[in-house]
Design a protein around this ligand. Structure first.
Ligand SMILES: [Zn+2]
Length: 362
């Protein structure tokens, strides 16, 4: 057993990327308030990754209520002791608001689809804009705040990972929590392959190393933890997933025009098929429909066991307030309580981890 576990609980703070069935208050702001209340009750610091592109898009169309609520909730989150770092869904920038509805643009959804040059719409310019935006928003709340960490849309640092890592470093990003150990994913929107990443639970990535090997210096990576489950657990998972599938506040994004229902159903089926085929890697998350507390805890233990050679094991958990209902909130509570009982565990923010890594103990 490792001497110590450091766990980064993270939340991608965003609306549903395709269609939202409910107003933002019910998709995002109220579930986030519940998450913050729970974390306050349990004295558990976390890191939020707000999709800042959505704020810029709403402001552009005069939808200031969303933007104001978003900004004030991120300030409250930082004040409550959590960290707030950068997440970007660039498709917002070309999306249009017409007849009280978002027409989602799907041709520029990921960093690799943006230009890598000096133009104002390049990937680097967007990351720099995001960093300045969060610094300006949050420094008045906390003087030593700085935006330095990143979570990629769809966890996709690929394709072109070497260029993306270079661009992130050159733009001022120092830490990343996007690599998802051993996950492969191929949808109509995103394709990632993290099957050959370093064995450790924390490492550095350079433009030369990409995601596949460790570098002496560069971007600090704390990958999203994953696990596999036996056939029995997978069957239970699929059953629970099937009966809860209707519990949703919106749909995921599809490349098909205007997010029509058929396109979304197809995306949904493709997303679910990956759980049926073979022996998939599950993401450590409280909001994956079909998990229960036992499956999640078993997965967590397995991840720790896979890294038992390390004195300190780092574990990133990925959640989304938009996907959290009462059941998922309870699972998060159980997870925090149970891991504290079983392990010498510290829940830390990105800022905590980065600071400790860059100041070697005496
Ligand atoms: Zn996201």
């Amino acid at each position: 057993m490792p001497r110590k576990v450091i766990c980064l609980i993270t939340f991608d703070y965003e609306l549903s990327l395709g269609r939202n069935f409910l107003p933002p208050e019910m998709v995002l702001f109220e579930p986030t308030r519940q998450v913050l209340d729970l974390c306050a009750k349990l004295f558990c610091p976390t890191t939020f990754f707000p999709d800042v592109c959505s704020v810029w898009a709403h402001r552009k169309y005069g939808l200031n209520e969303y933007a104001d609520s978003f900004e004030s909730q991120m300030k409250d989150t930082l004040l409550a002791g959590h960290d707030v770092q950068l997440h970007l869904h660039p498709h917002w920038l070309a999306s249009k608001f017409e007849n009280k509805e978002w027409l989602i643009s799907t041709n520029k959804m990921y960093l690799h689809e943006l230009p890598f040059d000096n133009n104002p719409y390049s990937a680097g310019a967007l990351v720099r804009r995001g960093i300045s935006y969060l610094d300006e928003l949050l420094r008045p709340v906390k003087a030593d705040y700085s935006c330095f960490a990143f979570r990629a849309a769809g966890s996709a640092l690929q394709p072109h990972e070497n260029e993306i890592i270079r661009m992130l470093l050159e733009s001022g990003i120092k830490m990343d929590v996007s690599v998802t150990k051993f996950l492969t994913l191929k949808l109509d929107t995103v394709k990632i392959d993290y099957t050959s990443v370093p064995a450790r639970s924390i490492w550095r990535m350079s433009p030369e190393s990409g995601t596949k090997s460790e570098a002496a210096e560069g971007l600090l990576e704390v990958p999203i933890a994953t696990f596999q489950s036996g056939l029995g657990a997978r069957t239970g998972f699929l059953w629970r997933r099937a009966i809860s599938i209707k519990q949703m506040r919106g749909t995921t994004i599809s490349r098909a025009k205007h997010q029509n229902r058929f396109a979304n159903i197809r995306t949904l089926i493709m997303q679910n098929l990956r759980y049926v085929t073979g022996n998939p890697w599950y993401i450590l998350s409280c909001d994956t429909k079909g998990f229960n507390s036992k499956m999640l805890m078993d997965g967590f233990r397995q991840y720790i066991d896979r890294h038992e050679g390390e004195e300190t094991v780092y574990v990133t958990m990925m959640n989304h307030p938009k996907l959290m209902f009462d059941y998922q909130m309870k699972m998060l509570e159980d997870f925090i309580v149970q891991t504290r009982q079983e392990y010498d565990i510290t829940f830390a923010t990105c800022a905590d981890v980065y600071k400790a890594q860059s100041q070697p103990s005496l």
